[in-house]
Design a binder for this molecule. Structure first.
Ligand code: RIB
Ligand code: CA
Length: 312
């Protein structure tokens, strides 16, 4: 049964790999559209990068939309220090020639959820949740029509990567995250707790290169670039492939394990803004609103990823 998805994204090298994995899996995933949001880099660049990735995969047919250029209430915080000035530093890839759709991404999200049969569209946010929240706030009737949201964001045991308590995607737009986590839509969450276990070790990077394809080479160069930040900061043995965990769950959920728990978003405190307060031990009576992932079969994840990338 093909799952019909919309990828909401702020490419970012790891977003790029998540999109490539989805594009390499047409039997399982039908991509209705890709919506760009400001995050790792400003919106014009995320909208550019999303199209670069589609063209790298030979998929100029994919509809790419530009959404919000800043968070709901706060000023934009970007992450060029991680992703480079373009957001897709590493490989040298041609400027996109495929067009950006003229319709706004938030309109596309609302229109699609209204037009498609209820419960048949999965949303896959890989960046700040601004576009998703904007759609829900403007058109609350679409909330109940979403099949599931599978997102990369948050952290609990692994704590934060942009502040001591917050993961970047949630930190950038905590108000948007609050809307999404309180929406009642079934949520599958890939926090740093699990994405920091999906590390591109040298052997895994070599396997990308061994594909001997433009996609394999580009992914190897992207992760080479992307890893320097995490290696320096965490001493980790390679780049954490955060966003591809979302796509991999759609393809092989059994690679992941987690718990159905309550997760609330800190929006008031400056100190802990954007923290995902995960009730992992069930110490409150707050209702479960998310499947919060804690572990991944990393070898299985990379075997799936490498095999699929080899198809492009
Ligand atoms: O904190 C990691 C997340 O922030 C990833 O989605 C990465 O692409 C950035 O958006
Ligand atoms: Ca991202």
């Amino acid at each position: 049964m093909t799952r019909r998805i919309i990828i909401d994204t702020d490419p970012g090298q790891d977003d790029a790999v998540a999109i490539l994995l989805a594009l390499a899996s047409p039997e399982e995933l039908e991509i209705l559209g890709i919506t760009a949001v400001a995050g790792n880099v400003p919106l014009p660049l995320t909208a550019r990068n999303a199209r670069i990735v589609c063209e790298l995969a030979g998929r100029r047919d994919i509809k790419v939309f530009a959404g919000r250029e800043k968070p709901l209430e706060r000023r934009l915080v970007t992450a060029e220090h991680v992703h480079g000035k373009t957001g897709l530093d590493g490989p040298v890839l041609p400027e996109p020639t495929m067009p950006l759709q003229s319709r706004d991404a938030v309109d596309f999200l609302i229109d699609t959820l209204r037009q498609e049969p209820s419960g048949t569209v999965t949303l896959c946010p890989l960046g700040p949740l601004t576009n998703i929240a904007a759609a829900f706030l403007r058109a609350p009737d679409v909330i109940g029509r979403v099949q599931r949201i599978v997102l990369m964001g948050g952290a609990y045991f692994e704590v934060g990567n942009i502040t001591p308590t917050a993961e970047f995607n949630i930190f950038v737009d905590p108000e948007a995250a609050h809307v999404v986590f309180r929406s009642g839509v079934p949520l599958t969450v890939m926090p740093l707790d699990v994405t920091h276990k999906a590390l591109v070790t040298k052997a895994r990077n070599d396997a990308f290169r061994a594909l001997g394809t433009p996609v394999g080479d580009a992914v190897a160069q992207m992760t080479d670039f992307f890893e320097r930040f995490d290696r320096e900061k965490y001493g980790s043995d390679g780049a954490p492939l955060h966003d591809p965990c979302v796509t991999a769950w759609l393809l092989r959920p059994e690679l992941f394990s987690g718990r159905d728990i309550n997760v609330e978003i800190e929006t008031l405190s400056d100190l802990t803004r954007g923290m995902t307060v995960a009730d992992w031990w069930g110490v409150t009576d707050r209702p479960a609103n998310a499947t919060f992932m804690g572990d991944v079969d990393a070898d299985g994840f990379f075997a799936l990823l490498t095999e699929r990338l080899g198809r492009l």
